[in-house]
Design a protein around this ligand. Structure first.
Ligand code: AMP
Ligand code: FES
Ligand code: ZN
Length: 315
C-alpha cells in the first residue's frame, strides 16, 4: 500500500478521509489538524503560556509533544488521584516523558497529589460522599485544573480530549436532551470572569485511533490501560456504538461532532451566549473564591461532606 501523497509506503489507512499515508505525511496531517483547531477557534497564540493537563495517556502526552514541536510555550499538570497501581504507573509515564521528550524545551511539570492535600485518594473520598468515583473524580480534576492554571498565571488550560471523546459526549447529551450541557460542549470555553481559566481541546479534530498511531510512530511511552474505575461507563458504551457506525460508514463521527460545532457557530445567538451566561450566573464561591453558580462550589461542598463523614461516628 502506497502513501497517497508521496512514493513511500503507507503506515496507516484512514477510511474517513479515504486515504492512506506514510509516517511523515501522517505526522504532517496530525499537526495540520491541531494547527487548524487552534486557529479556527482562536485557542491561543505563540505568546501565551499554556498548561496542558497530562494523565499519562496517549492523548495528553501526544498533545504536549505536538504543542512543544509547534513552538508553543507549554508546561504540564498531573493530578495524582491515588488510584492504586494505575496512578503509580501513569505518574511514572508522565515523569519519564517530562525528563526525556519534553526536557529540551525547559518545561515545568506541576504535580498535584490528592492524598497529600485531602488525606485520602479519590476512591475513598467518593465513598465518603456517596458519589460514583468517576463523578467525584471529574469534579476534583476540573477544580484542580482551573485552580493551578489561575494561581500559576497560565493564559490557557489544554486537555487531550479527542474526536471520539467529544462525539461520545455529544451523543450522550443528545440522547438525554441535556441542553445545558450541549451549550457548554465546545472546544473552547472562554475565561469569562476572574478566577476562571480559558479551556481548550486542540485534539478535537483527531480520532483516538489516529492519536494512538501518532503516539506509536513517535515512540511516546504512555499508559495503555484505561482507568479501572471507567469500566462499564456510559461514555465507553457510546464510543463503542459510534465505532460500529463508523465502520459501516466512515466519517460518521466527524460529521456528527464537527457539524454540530459548525451549525451552532452559524446560529445567530451563538456567541454572546457562553461568556455572557457565565457572567450572569457565576460568582466567587464563598469558601474558596473560585467561580460557581451556587453559593459554595461543588468541589467545596464535596470536600465539606467528606470531612463531615470522615469525622462522623460509625453506625
Ligand atoms: P479523561 O476524562 O480521562 O478521558 O481525560 C481527558 C483529559 O483530561 C486528558 O486528555 C487529560 O488532558 C486530562 N486528564 C485526565 N486525567 C488527568 C490527570 N490525572 N491529571 C492531569 N490531567 C488529566
Ligand atoms: Fe477519574 Fe478514573 S480517572 S475515576
Ligand atoms: Zn469552592
Amino acid at each position: 500500500m502506497h502513501c497517497r501523497k508521496c512514493p513511500r509506503s503507507a503506515v496507516i489507512k484512514m477510511p474517513r478521509h479515504n486515504t492512506a499515508l506514510c509516517k511523515d505525511c501522517f505526522t504532517e496531517f496530525v499537526r495540520t489538524q491541531v494547527r487548524r483547531a487552534i486557529a479556527s477557534h482562536r485557542m491561543f497564540t505563540a505568546d501565551d503560556r499554556i498548561l496542558v493537563a497530562v494523565s499519562g495517556g496517549k492523548d495528553s502526552l501526544a498533545l504536549w509533544s505536538i504543542l512543544l514541536q509547534l513552538g508553543y510555550r507549554a508546561d504540564a499538570l498531573y493530578v495524582n488521584l491515588g488510584i492504586g497501581d494505575y496512578s503509580v504507573q501513569s505518574r511514572q509515564k508522565v515523569q519519564r516523558f517530562t525528563d526525556t521528550v519534553a526536557a529540551p524545551y525547559r518545561v515545568t511539570l506541576h504535580i498535584h497529589t490528592i492524598e497529600q492535600e485531602q488525606g485520602a485518594g479519590i476512591r475513598e473520598l467518593a465513598t465518603l460522599v456517596r458519589r460514583p468515583t468517576c463523578a467525584a473524580c471529574g469534579t476534583m480534576k476540573r477544580y484542580q485544573f482551573n485552580r493551578v492554571a489561575v494561581e500559576r498565571d497560565y493564559d490557557v488550560m489544554a486537555t487531550g480530549h479527542n474526536l471520539d471523546d467529544e462525539a461520545a459526549r455529544l451523543l450522550g447529551n443528545v440522547l438525554h436532551w441535556q441542553t445545558d450541557y450541549l451549550d457548554k460542549q465546545a472546544p473552547v470555553l472562554p475565561a469569562s470572569l476572574d478566577g476562571f481559566a480559558k479551556k481548550v481541546k486542540p485534539l478535537h479534530r483527531l480520532t483516538e485511533r489516529e492519536i494512538a498511531a501518532y503516539a506509536l510512530l513517535h515512540r511516546i511511552d504512555y499508559i495503555v490501560d484505561e482507568c479501572p474505575m471507567a469500566k462499564g461507563s456510559k461514555l465507553l458504551a457510546y464510543k463503542h456504538a459510534l465505532n460500529q457506525l463508523e465502520m459501516e460508514s466512515p466519517g460518521t463521527k466527524q460529521n456528527f461532532y464537527l457539524q454540530f460545532l459548525e451549525r451552532r457557530a452559524a446560529s445567530p445567538d451563538a456567541h454572546h451566549t457562553m461568556a455572557e451566561q457565565d457572567r450572569q450566573h457565576l460568582h466567587p464561591c464563598t469558601a474558596c473564591g473560585q467561580p460557581t453558580s451556587a453559593e459554595v462550589c461543588s468541589y467545596c461542598r464535596m470536600m465539606a461532606r467528606a470531612r463531615a463523614e470522615a469525622g462522623a461516628p460509625a453506625h
